[in-house]
Design a protein around this ligand. Structure first.
Ligand SMILES: *Cc1c(COP(=O)(O)O)cnc(C)c1O
Length: 355
């Protein structure tokens, strides 16, 4: 017997999901400079460990225990102060869900990492965008003025690549009403320590890192965060067990240990390439924002035309429409110089024909 109040198929989804976008970007291009991954490839010991036999009929560590121990050793913290995830995306999602209830707010810089407002909304939480300051740093007082349950900080910020001073971040931590979630996806490129080791002592701070950018393992999906043991326990409730697969966990441990020198050398390569690329872009009339990450944001009204022109040569860069306080812009990942020469030639051509 059919129930009288049966909902129609079109009404099956949660009503607020209609306006939540399904993420799609990137390109399937021969050369992908759109997503800030390691353009020199994957670290060798991590790649080698994937070829070893694994007992994949068994479940992996429940909470990524060997990775937790590795991060603990790196930072001088205990493993009870580390949480792992299926990419730092997963960690961000789990933190937002655990520390803000439906109807609460998450304040974030605008522009910033596009998934943060999306994860907020998926969890029924209201994102509150806060424009960057005039120098493209995060606006601490404006973020604090939101009185949000969670303040998300991205340092260096994506997509701008710009830094925010340690003092500004400390000011937010000292005055925040609730949790401060610091995304340090590009910390390795800054030459600064960041807040990874300090997070637990700060009591209301979670610091997220990823193996997808400097560490060259985007395809394996590994992220982690540090915080006080109390906060980690809550995040792990939200995360649930078995999020990190056996292969990803093993490779991540190798990347952070055996491959540390390889990664450090590639970070130096990326920084050198980025600075050289910034100079070469200026020479063809483009003006990137100052960067402390492995990519550049280049404001230009021709962002979409330039991205399309470069795409024809098999290279993907990432155009953005109407970024707050910036306008249209493209983002480009620094890679080996021969690749940069190819993209520069394509950009210079397109600049000339658009002029
Ligand atoms: C790339 C990126 C992430 C996501 O990293 P995954 O570990 O691949 O999920 C998180 N935050 C920022 C700012 C990023 O740029």
């Amino acid at each position: 017997m059919t129930q009288p109040n049966r909902i129609t198929p079109s009404e099956l989804p949660r009503a607020d999901f209609a306006s939540i976008p399904r993420y799609s970007a990137g390109a399937d291009a021969e050369i992908d400079l759109s997503d800030n991954t390691n353009q020199w490839g994957a670290p060798p010991a991590a790649a080698a460990v994937l070829r070893q036999a694994l007992e994949i009929s068994r479940y992996p560590d429940m909470y990524g225990d060997s990775l937790k121990r590795t991060v603990a050793k790196m930072t001088g913290l205990g493993p009870e102060r580390v949480v792992t995830g299926n990419g730092s995306d997963d960690v961000l999602d789990c933190v937002i869900r655990a520390f803000a209830a439906p109807g609460d707010t998450v304040a974030h810089p605008d522009p910033t990492f596009v998934m943060v407002p999306v994860f907020s909304r998926i969890n029924g939480i209201t994102p509150v965008p806060v424009p960057l300051a005039a120098d493209f740093s995060m606006d601490a007082d404006a973020l604090l003025a939101t009185n949000a349950r969670i303040i998300y900080l991205c340092s260096p910020n994506n997509p701008t690549a710009t830094p925010t001073s340690v003092d500004t971040i400390r000011h937010v931590i000292a005055n925040a009403r609730g949790l401060v979630l610091i995304d340090e996806a590009y910390a390795e490129f800054t030459g600064l320590e960041g807040f990874l080791a300090e997070a637990p002592a700060l009591e209301r701070v979670v610091v997220c890192r990823t193996l997808s950018k400097a560490y060259g393992l985007a395809g394996l999906r590994v992220g982690y965060a540090t915080a006080s043991a109390k906060i980690i326990e809550i995040i792990e409730k939200s995360r649930g067990p078995f999020k990190l697969n056996m292969m990803a966990e093993r490779a991540a441990v190798e990347a952070l240990t055996t491959d540390a020198e390889w990664v450090a050398a590639r970070v130096r390569d990326a920084v050198a390439s980025r600075d050289r690329l910034a100079g070469a872009l200026s020479a063809i009339g483009l003006t990137p924002l100052p960067s402390v990450a492995n990519f550049l944001l280049v404001p230009t009204s021709k962002a979409f035309a330039l991205a399309a022109a470069v795409r024809e040569k098999g290279i993907a860069i990432r155009p953005f429409r109407g970024l707050t306080g910036i306008g249209d812009a493209f983002r480009i990942t620094a890679g080996p110089w021969p690749v940069m020469e190819r993209v520069l030639a394509a950009l210079a051509d397109a600049q000339r024909s658009a002029a």
